[in-house]
Design a protein around this ligand. Structure first.
Ligand SMILES: Cc1cc2nc3c(=O)[nH]c(=O)nc-3n(C[C@H](O)[C@H](O)[C@H](O)COP(=O)(O)OP(=O)(O)OC[C@H]3O[C@@H](n4cnc5c(N)ncnc54)[C@H](O)[C@@H]3O)c2cc1C
Length: 476
């Protein structure tokens, strides 16, 4: 008797596609399932936005540098692939905001920029007296009516005023999504703030009530950082997953150009002109390639409602002695201003000491923001000059960097703009109705953080297995 194998195509080998491939392979091994995986990747390497440069003794994260520890899917995957002993938490330290050519310490008690303690806000030089007064209106303003989506900017400007938003909330929140706070959807990015307003009316009072108290002294209970990474660099997660896969299942340099439903199966076309038949498909690519591959289906155009932004990371390495003005802390974000090119900078050697050889300093700046990302496509020299101009306002660096790594992520970061949740729900309903057995997962949908993508990859595998079970092949 010949056992027919069911075939699953995974399109895109970023962390979502790799997670899907890993968990599917695991199930195949455990249950001896007659399923074959093919992982299609357009570029010549695995990992998508997860990339690490290992040069001259530095571990330079080119994309994500850490995962939120509280989202369990990330730690679970790291353990599953055997990297638990490489887990590391960041060193905690002061963080700052660059505004008016000066660094201001992050006001104590600020949760995502929302004040939960009044004294540090009253005394910071980051806001004018009028800005502080306007923010205090939050204590008396009524809650908003209606539950329709709105932009983060609209929500916070209404409650706390423009100054607190532009100088503190925007740099913190926009950085996470590389997006424009006045376009990003409240419901798809930080629905918890909407819930706080609904329950407590005032954000300041509500956040104060819902935020766990920090230990008063470091004595008996040490505060633990919220982020994890890997001592061997995040790319080691990609490599560990790769080792668990059958090398014959990985197709690099093979972009998928079209997917067509034919009966209960799918025809998957690649740029090499090949066509293969699959029983199920997991698409993990960015909005544009997904839309193009599914262009036979009009509902795929819903994805055009998800814009993408460009950013670049600029890592500059120096002997520590070249940094003439050293500042105690782990880095800074930059207030909303046309004046600066950088949007944030991490003093990586302090925040993640495992990344940097003894006696060296590793600075990692970000450039490019939604609607203002021309700089990302400028030459290396121009980018370095712009970044150093900003850094030298506060740091006094007296030598050329001994190592530079610039990584451009052009039109890669999906933006959850107002209405995102409804659009994604409509798209998923249409896909389920017209393309059963095909699943969309990854950064464009239900969370762009690495743990969110991992969760989506794992959950897609569950759906694929259920679908395949219902469509067992006829044995011949
Ligand atoms: C600079 C930067 C910093 C970040 N920092 C953090 C952080 O600190 N923490 C965090 O949690 N998240 C962070 N993120 C976000 C996070 O890295 C991403 O959202 C996540 O890695 C996206 O994974 P993905 O698999 O969904 O997509 P991607 O990584 O984009 O993978 C999609 C893959 O599909 C491939 N592809 C495209 N078209 C095709 C096609 N036609 N056929 C086949 N393959 C195709 C691409 O080449 C790519 O490999 C950061 C992102 C960037 C860029």
């Amino acid at each position: 008797m010949n056992e027919a194998k069911q075939r699953v195509a995974i399109v895109g080998a970023g962390i979502t596609g790799l997670t899907a491939a890993f968990y599917l392979q695991k199930k195949i091994n455990e249950k001896k399932l007659p399923i074959e995986i093919v992982l299609f990747e357009a570029s010549n390497r695995l990992g998508g936005m997860v990339q690490t440069d290992y040069s001259n003794g530095y571990i330079i994260e080119e994309g994500p540098d850490s995962l939120i520890a509280r989202k369990a899917g990330g730690t679970k995957l790291i353990k599953e692939v055997g990297l638990e002993d490489q887990l590391v938490r960041n060193h905690m330290g002061r963080s700052y905001i660059l505004a008016k050519d000066k660094l201001y310490p992050m006001p104590g008690g600020a949760i995502m920029g929302i004040p939960t303690k009044l004294a540090p806000f009253a005394t910071t030089g980051l806001f004018s007296p009028l800005g502080k007064l306007r923010a205090s209106f939050d204590l008396v303003l009524p809650r908003s009516t209606g539950d329709e989506d709105q932009s983060l900017g609209h929500f916070f400007r209404r409650r706390l005023g423009n100054e607190v938003v532009d100088n503190l909330i925007e740099p913190l929140l926009s950085g996470i999504y590389a997006g424009n706070i006045d376009q990003l959807s409240l419901m798809s990015t930080f629905p918890q703030f909407y819930e706080v307003e609904k329950k407590y009316r005032s954000l300041i009072l509500g956040m104060g009530k819902t935020t766990p108290k920090q230990p008063k002294s470091q004595g008996d209970k040490k505060s633990v950082s919220a982020f994890i990474s890997l001592k061997t660099g995040l790319y080691s997660l990609v490599e560990a997953i790769e080792k668990k896969l059958d090398p014959r299942s990985i197709r690099l340099n093979t972009p998928v150009t079209k997917i067509k439903k034919t009966g209960d199966q799918y025809e998957v076309y690649t740029n090499q002109g090949n066509k293969e038949i699959f029983d199920s498909v997991i698409m993990t690519t960015a909005p544009k390639p997904t839309m193009e591959a599914l262009s036979d289906y009009s509902f795929a155009s819903i994805l055009s409602g998800t814009p993408v932004s460009s950013v670049a990371t600029v890592a500059l390495a120096y002997p520590e002695s070249s940094i003439k003005k050293d500042i105690d802390g782990t880095g800074f974000v930059v207030s909303r201003s046309k004046k600066y090119s950088i949007t944030a900078c991490t003093w990586t050697h302090k925040k993640w000491p495992h990344t940097t050889p003894e006696g060296k300093a590793l600075l990692r700046g970000y450039v490019g923001k939604a609607g203002d990302d021309d700089i990302v496509c400028r030459s290396d020299e121009e980018i370095i000059e712009a970044v150093l101009k900003d850094l030298n306002l506060i740091m006094e660096i007296d030598k050329d960097p001994e190592h530079v790594k610039i990584t451009r992520w052009v039109k890669m970061r999906p933006q959850y703009v107002v209405g995102h949740k409804e659009r994604v729900e409509t798209l998923m309903d249409q896909v389920a109705k017209h393309l059963p057995g095909l699943y969309l997962a990854g950064a464009p949908y239900y969370g762009a953080g690495v743990p969110d993508c991992i969760d989506q990859g794992e959950s897609a595998v569950q759906k694929v297995l259920e679908h395949l079970k219902e469509h067992q092949p006829v044995l011949v």
